[in-house]
Design a binder for this molecule. Structure first.
Ligand code: F0G
Length: 344
């Protein structure tokens, strides 16, 4: 049967109310890509769950199909979210699909161009906040408490329901849960969802390695970060809404939450691209964390089956690449010049 999206495929496992409709862009069903070179290097079996291949280019579409389907079913007319970019684009797309008005609040100047362009293209009303993601989240919580506007951040429980499906897919593909699951942690909705999904699906439990950027690592520091800073703007978050649940996932799974510096995140982004998978910086945090931990010897990758969750596509944030590269050579349009430049 042709694929009909996540709610159709996994409805029996999703705690969604009866009024839920099915607003889908055929999200999910993303590939679990084997990484032979990295596997050889680490002596493990390593896969990338490439969530950048969702309809709007990030994993957010899993939760958004659920949140928008529920919101439209209960008669909501307008949805709102705070976002570092990907949630905004996803909310805008699913709202457009459902015929809803969407409003997105983003931190001024800190959203990657592919995400901003997406939100605009899908017709969201984009508002920049002179402040952080955390400030924007506080504002959208307040407005949704005082007005009928529906909140579609991952505080919304249906977002978590939808995002559990990634854990189901991994178990379906591998036959069981992997030994380790490595993923970036920002507002902590995704780590919460994976852990809930693995527990529910009963195909084994992974140990969970959650990775924050060193400049935005409240869960590692044990306190909120007032002015989070990182090149991985997607996870530039100082006060994760589901922080406690993220810590629970790490503890219950016998895993951990660690922080890695921006240089290691960018190095991991390069390593993934060299194996043909281009992801946005935040999405490389899982691999950066895995490499950092294996280098300390605290973490034994050997013989393990490991899944790295790459949450967003590299095309979301092209500037991170183009700002640091040397402009490609320009040559006259003739064969002689081409041969000369290739041979040099
Ligand atoms: N990776 C990417 C590419 C993201 O966009 C996000 C979150 C995360 C990882 C972290 O996921 O918040 O569930 O822990 N982006 C949100 C947004 C905050 O607004 O797009 P999380």
């Amino acid at each position: 049967m042709t694929y009909q999206g996540l709610i159709h495929r996994y409805r029996q496992y999703l705690g969604l109310p009866a009024h839920t409709q099915n607003i889908s862009l055929l999200e999910g069903d993303t590939p679990l890509i084997p990484m032979p070179r990295l596997s050889r290097q680490l002596g493990c079996e390593l896969f990338v769950k490439f969530e950048g291949l969702n309809p709007t280019g990030s994993f957010k579409d899993r939760g958004m199909t659920a949140a928008i389907s529920e919101a439209v079913g209960r008669g909501a007319e307008t949805v709102i979210c705070a976002s570092t970019g990907n949630t905004a684009a996803s909310a805008a797309a699913y709202a457009a699909r459902a015929g809803l008005r969407s409003i997105v609040l983003i931190p001024e100047g800190k959203v990657a161009v592919g995400k901003l362009a997406g939100a605009i293209a899908y017709g969201a009303e984009v508002i920049q906040i002179r402040g952080s993601f955390d400030d924007a989240l506080t504002l959208v919580v307040e407005i949704t408490q005082k007005t009928p506007i529906a909140l579609v951040n991952s505080i919304n429980p249906f977002r978590i329901e939808g995002q559990k499906t990634a854990a189901f897919e991994i178990c379906d593909d591998l036959g069981s849960a992997p030994d380790w699951l490595c993923l970036p942690v920002g507002n902590a909705g995704n780590i919460t969802s994976y852990w809930a999904g693995f527990k529910q699906y009963q195909k084994g439990l992974p140990q969970v390695l959650g990775v924050q950027a060193a400049g935005a690592a409240p869960l590692v520091l044990g306190h909120p970060v007032e002015k989070p800073e990182t090149v991985a703007t997607a996870i530039r978050i100082g006060k994760p809404a589901r922080g406690e649940q993220a810590l629970d996932a790490a503890r219950e799974s016998n895993g951990m939450i660690i922080a890695v510096p921006d240089e290691k995140i960018l190095a991991a982004q390069k390593i993934l691209a060299e194996e043909g998978v281009w992801v946005e910086p935040a999405s490389a945090a899982g691999l950066a964390g895995l490499l950092a931990e294996s280098a300390t010897g605290k973490f034994e990758a050997k013989g393990k089956r490991i899944v790295i969750v790459c949450t967003g596509h590299g095309m979301k944030d092209p500037a991170i690449i183009t700002e640091s590269f040397i402009s490609p050579k320009v040559i006259p349009a003739n064969y002689g010049s081409l041969i000369e430049v290739i041979a040099s």
